[in-house]
Design a protein around this ligand. Structure first.
Ligand code: HEM
Length: 165
């Protein structure tokens, strides 16, 4: 029981860290960087901060996967049960499937954002801040980030539905 509680504690804390990090970026960091004092180093800032947050996020995803799987086994859903179609047709299985599909989509979108679009846009902002290409990349990166945030909200919604039906 203690191990299970520790697992849920770490799972929820990791989810808070990840969602909180996105909220902090959207509502605090991005508006702060519009300030004339910070704006000139916007690109460098995103390159440095993005790397830190990306490394932490991927570590969090691994932690969420491991603790999530442990919680399933504690609830009695061993691997043998998880591979049956009966499980995925149950109410719990149906909700878990939604959570995991959004989790998988979020991993794909995060990969695109963290390893391609984000770094490329940050470099463009620093090297050619006023070009049309930079504007296009900035818009696309912002959109991708917003999509990821929506996936995060959906995952949390299905997470609480998992426990409360
Ligand atoms: C970004 C990914 C994830 C987020 C944000 C997330 C978030 C959460 C949150 C907030 C809860 C608490 C729900 C509540 O008590 O109301 C929860 C519970 C749970 N999650 Fe996740 N989760 C993620 C990934 C996963 C994965 C990958 C799995 C399965 C492999 C998983 C399995 C579970 C289970 C089984 C519970 C129920 C815990 C219990 O009370 O026994 N989660 N999740």
């Amino acid at each position: 029981m203690l191990l299970y509680k520790a697992s849920v504690f770490i799972h929820i804390l990791s989810a808070m860290f990840w969602m909180g990090g996105m909220l902090f970026t959207i509502f605090v960091i991005v508006p702060s960087l519009k300030h004339p004092q910070l704006n000139p180093s916007r690109g460098d800032f995103f390159t440095i901060m993005g790397k830190y947050f990306s490394n932490i996020s991927w570590a969090l995803f691994i932690i969420l996967l491991i603790t999530g799987y442990y919680q399933l086994t504690y609830r009695g859903y061993s691997w043998e049960i998880l591979i049956t179609s009966k499980f995925w047709h149950s109410h719990f299985g149906f909700i878990l499937a939604h959570k995991l599909i959004y989790f998988a989509l979020m991993l794909i979108v995060s990969g695109i954002h963290d390893f391609w679009l984000g770094p490329k846009t940050a470099m463009l902002i620093q090297q050619q801040p006023d070009s049309a290409t930079t504007t296009r990349y900035r818009k696309l990166t912002r959109r991708i980030g917003q999509v990821n945030f929506i996936f995060g909200l959906l995952i949390v919604y299905y997470a609480l539905s998992l426990v409360r039906g």
